[in-house]
Design a protein around this ligand. Structure first.
Ligand SMILES: Cc1cc2nc3c(=O)[nH]c(=O)nc-3n(C[C@H](O)[C@H](O)[C@H](O)COP(=O)(O)OP(=O)(O)OC[C@H]3O[C@@H](n4cnc5c(N)ncnc54)[C@H](O)[C@@H]3O)c2cc1C
Length: 389
């Protein structure tokens, strides 16, 4: 179908990503879900294809492509049959290393961004703590200067790629009295002395590893500071927009995929001597969900266009995250119903999709926080100004 956004080169790229995933990911995804991890070699293979540096410039090993290549990539990885894999990959490329690219020194770019784009190092982003998730300004992990080093103490939780990752872009308090104005980002090697990583058991997203990480007098060279000291909160808030847009892109793509799986099942399953695809109530369910997904997709694409134009679209990205993650839960709930009892069985992908969708309204900013941001902008005329530029 014709598109305002995707050109022939994007369609060709989609074909090549699909082929790659068919060969290197989809046959193994069930095993990775069982093992609760993704082998590091797959990052290397994606790096060799250029998939981990789509929007980063060639001087760091990136492709320097427009944002629509990322949209294609994210849509395709969201359809591999499990939410854990796309989560791990998107946290690496669009969250953890994006900060290093946007604000990091050339030293940090060479040391961390270049190997991450090549897939030789896996990255995590450490913001959430046991005592502070939504309220980022209240984080308590501290970094205190000691000569040429920062000494870090504290704990992070729910960290994707935290158990097997190589480094973390870490939010720390460098000036606790200033709360939001006292937070900095520091890149920390995850095998540093004083770090303990504990893998967490989750409801879904099984193939992505999620960790609690404690820091006990961890010494980090002061060159590992990302950008300006005490600017971390503002970097995080701006970067959240890309994170939330990415979440929306994947929520719609994975919902469309599970809807297709459901339609396929409706053509196979019989009840009362007829294929269930003949029952009007189920047909209307599909029609309603497809319509809502079409509307959501257009909202996502328009916001991707803003992103590609270099806009920091806080309201639109928050709306995308809110609407698409809530809709993904609705879609997968209704789809599971169509599968009847089989939908509740682990052998059926809709069962995993149901578990995986649930966290969408929580991770990367809850629906309540999205509503707070939107309401502040709509009602109180609050504006958010870009910080990186
Ligand atoms: C699987 C998974 C992976 C994750 N990966 C990462 C990661 O890689 N890196 C990272 O840093 N974090 C990660 N997170 C953390 C995630 O971003 C947080 O869970 C999320 O921001 C919510 O924080 P919280 O869990 O502490 O909830 P809380 O902030 O404690 O919120 C609890 C409840 O209170 C509500 N609430 C809070 N404040 C308000 C308010 N002002 N108004 C109305 N309601 C409010 C919330 O919406 C929620 O319903 C991950 C989480 C999960 C589950």
């Amino acid at each position: 179908m014709k598109s305002l956004y995707f050109k022939e080169e994007h369609n060709l790229f989609r074909d090549s990503v699909r082929k790659f995933l068919q060969k290197e990911v989809i046959p193994f995804i069930n095993a990775w879900e069982e093992e609760r991890r993704i082998p590091k070699e797959i990052f290397k293979k994606m790096g060799e294809q250029g998939y981990l540096g789509l929007n980063f410039p060639a001087e760091y090993g990136g492709v320097g492509a427009d944002f629509w290549y990322s949209v294609v990539f994210l849509e395709e990885i969201a359809k591999v049959g499990a939410g854990g894999f796309p989560t791990a990959v998107s946290v690496h490329q669009y969250m953890a290393i994006n900060h290093i690219f946007r604000a990091g020194s050339d030293f940090l770019k060479q040391k961390y961004l270049v190997p991450a784009i090549a897939g030789e190092k896996v990255a995590a982003l450490g913001i959430s703590e046991p005592g502070a998730g939504s309220d980022v300004a209240s984080i308590r992990t501290k970094a205190v200067k000691d000569g040429d080093f920062y000494i870090i103490n504290g704990a992070k939780t729910f960290i994707t790629n935290g158990t097997y990752g190589d480094f973390i872009t870490l939010a720390v308090s460098t000036n606790p009295e200033n709360k939001a104005g006292g937070i900095s980002l520091i890149v920390v090697d995850l095998d540093s002395e004083g770090i303990t990583r504990t893998k967490l058991k989750k409801m879904g997203w099984h193939s992505s590893d999620t960790a609690e990480i404690s820091f006990d007098n961890v010494r980090v060279p002061k060159e590992n500071l990302v950008g300006v000291e005490n600017f971390g909160f503002y970097y995080i808030m701006e970067s959240f927009q890309l994170e939330r847009l990415v979440a929306g892109i994947m929520a719609v793509a994975s919902s469309k995929w599970i809807l297709e799986e459901t339609i396929r099942y409706m053509h196979e399953r019989e009840a009362f001597g007829r294929k269930i695809a003949k029952y009007q109530t189920l047909r209307h369910t599909i029609a309603d969900l497809a319509t809502e997904l079409y509307a959501a997709e257009q909202m996502v694409y328009h916001t991707c266009w803003l992103q590609n134009e270099g806009e920091v679209a806080v309201k639109e990205c928050s709306m995308v995250k809110l609407h698409c993650s809530e809709l993904a839960n609705k879609v997968v709930d209704r789809c599971l119903q169509v599968f009847g009892g089989y939908g509740y069985m682990e052998d059926y992908l809709v069962c995993r999709a149901y578990r995986d969708a649930r966290v969408g309204t929580i991770a990367g900013g809850t629906s309540e926080i999205m509503r707070e941001i939107i309401a502040k902008m709509m009602i109180d005329d609050v504006e958010y100004k870009p910080v990186y530029s």
